[in-house]
Ligand binder design. Structure first.
Ligand code: F6P
Length: 545
């Protein structure tokens, strides 16, 4: 496939125009930008798929967006979007397409995708109806997802976010997540569980990830110890595997009937739409899971069909490029004002930083500008009592991203309105809006006659985007997550990098294996640097005492 060229004279000219524009507009305070234009919100906010994205608190104007669009045009964004959805090998270092979007295309679903979804549905149905039995004949009460990275963060985040929804029928099991390789999650969890009613889901695209296989082996050892003499029944009744590598699942001992598959063309961090989403389906039911897929599909359509000026992923991608490359804002805080989105920051961290934390272009050259910003986050109201001090009065600019649901309906058991929780939602909304206002406007948001000593002052001008969901339903969450995915793709096109590989994490796995030998036997340490050798030696000594 002959992909559009990345760096052309037009692209360089667009870049230069943006640099010049940044010197004027980028220096203006947000308070002045709001004062200049009474229509600023109308001009700089867009909605679609049950979401509103307000970028009017970003340090830019409509002219900035036009210039950024020029750059995107020069970088061939339109052709890249077409390549993505045609299934071309956009992941060029691994020579494969990135077709996570295909998992949510209900009309055009390929037979392989459809078959796995149907298989997953049967599994979910049996578990929820109590028909999936442990080897002692008990129904399943607890499901443990063992995975890491994309095989953990997506399902964890979405299951947690949607856990107020319940499957329409059946009895929902408790769903737990185990990821950390040191066993500090799996050990206390297993102590609390009843082996006879526990189902372990081993989720790993590659089925080689040591973190996951070690935790899975610990769980297997526990089940076999607790239910001795059951031969293969423990594996048959208590283990499900989800992977793109069926032979490896079989070799590990997962029974063929308990295997769910997905494909190499689904990146790990893009995989929650596949069978990797099993914990989500167990939490909200299969109908809810299909709604999640439908919401993501809505955004796929929006991304392909909507003109750029109204296109949410394009607009958000352009904003991030502006902040990083032209305003030199190298950090972004993801701030959900909703406890249900507690795991969203970690999910976005992997999605964006593993995708775009790259520095080599498709031509094999080093990039000449920054790529992904450093991203971190926390539930907004909690972060207000932790790191907002730095946002308000620290020395560095940080682009903030507020995510909030306009409505959050909660009822008492008898179906009546739960007034106190309604009030708590209003309080949270108020905090979200007040914080983004104060961060943007600084003292301009405060009474004019307020005189503050230097240490109490708020300089403002901290840019932010507010993403307001109509409500946090499976459909809207699906749209929100697909928005993030496509935004990452837009950025990658503008930066000329591959967002679908992750070579930077591979070597760590290899050299850790060598280090085990040093720790266990003391052999091989001579080749290490002085620091690593001394640390390994100290740990070895303390372990021998
Ligand atoms: O180490 C990074 C990574 O490869 C991620 O991209 C991936 O989501 C995670 O490990 C888990 O990989 P797997 O699903 O193959 O176990």
């Amino acid at each position: 496939m002959d992909f559009p060229r990345h760096d052309t004279d037009t692209a360089r000219a667009a870049h230069q125009a943006l640099r010049e524009h940044a010197q004027q507009t980028g220096e203006r305070h947000l308070a002045a930008l709001f004062e200049d234009d009474a229509q600023r919100f109308e001009r700089l906010s867009r909605s679609g798929c049950g979401l509103l994205a307000d970028i009017s608190k970003q340090r830019l104007t409509t002219e900035t967006l036009s210039l950024l669009s020029e750059l995107a045009r020069a970088r061939g964004l339109q052709s890249w979007i077409e390549c993505l959805f045609k299934g071309e090998d956009v992941n060029w270092t691994e020579q494969r397409p990135a077709m996570h979007w295909r998992l949510r295309d209900t009309k055009d679903r390929a037979p392989d995708v459809h078959a796995q979804l149907a298989r997953m549905e049967r599994m979910v149905d049996r578990i929820l109806r109590g028909q999936w039995r442990g080897c002692e004949g008990d129904a399943i009460t607890d499901v443990v997802n063992v995975g890491v990275g994309g095989s953990d963060l997506g399902p964890l985040m979405a299951s947690f976010a949607l856990s107020e929804q319940r499957p329409p029928r059946g009895h929902r099991p408790r769903v737990h997540f185990v990821s950390s390789m040191d066993g500090s999650q799996v050990a206390p969890l297993l102590q609390e569980l009843n082996p006879a009613t526990t189902l372990i889901v081993v989720s790993s695209k590659s089925f080689t990830t040591v973190d996951t296989l070690t935790n899975a082996a610990t769980a297997r050892g526990w089940l076999e110890r607790e239910m001795p003499g059951r031969n293969g029944a423990v594996l048959r009744c208590h283990f499900v595997g989800i992977s793109a590598q069926p032979e490896r699942m079989s070799r590990w001992g997962i029974h063929e009937d308990n295997q769910l598959q997905f494909w190499e063309w689904v990146g790990g961090r893009y995989s929650l739409w596949s069978a990797i989403g099993l914990p989500i389906a167990l939490t909200i039911g299969m109908q809810g899971f299909r709604e999640l897929l439908a919401g993501a599909h809505d955004m796929d359509r929006h991304f392909q069909d909507t003109p750029w000026q109204d296109n949410l992923p394009v607009m958000m991608g352009l904003v991030d490029v502006w902040n990083l490359n032209f305003l030199n804002i190298t950090a972004r805080a993801v701030l959900p004002y909703d406890g249900r989105l507690k795991h969203l920051p970690s999910y976005v961290e992997q999605l964006e930083m593993e995708s775009n934390g790259k520095s080599v272009t498709r031509a094999g050259e080093n990039v000449t500008h920054h790529t992904c910003p450093v991203i971190w986050g926390e539930v907004g109201p909690n972060a207000q009592h932790a790191f907002y001090q730095l946002l308000h009065q620290g020395t560095q600019p940080v682009a903030c991203e507020f995510i909030v649901a306009a409505r959050h309906d909660r009822l008492n058991a008898d179906g009546s309105e739960f007034k106190q929780l309604e009030d708590q939602h209003q309080l949270t909304l108020a905090n979200c809006l007040a914080q983004s206002r104060l961060l943007a406007l600084g003292e301009h948001a405060l009474p004019a006659d307020l005189e503050l000593p230097a240490f109490k002052r708020y300089r403002g001008n901290q840019p932010s985007t507010t993403l307001m969901l109509d409500e946090l339903s499976p459909r809207h969450l699906g749209s929100l997550l697909a928005l993030y995915e496509h935004k990452v793709f837009v950025q990658a096109v503008l930066w000329g990098i591959n967002p679908f590989d992750q070579w930077g994490v591979e070597m760590g796995k290899v050299i850790a294996t060598d280090m085990i030998q040093v720790l266990e036997s003391g052999q091989g340490g001579d080749n290490l640097d002085a620091s690593s050798r001394a640390l390994a030696e100290r740990a070895r000594r303390l372990n021998q005492d």
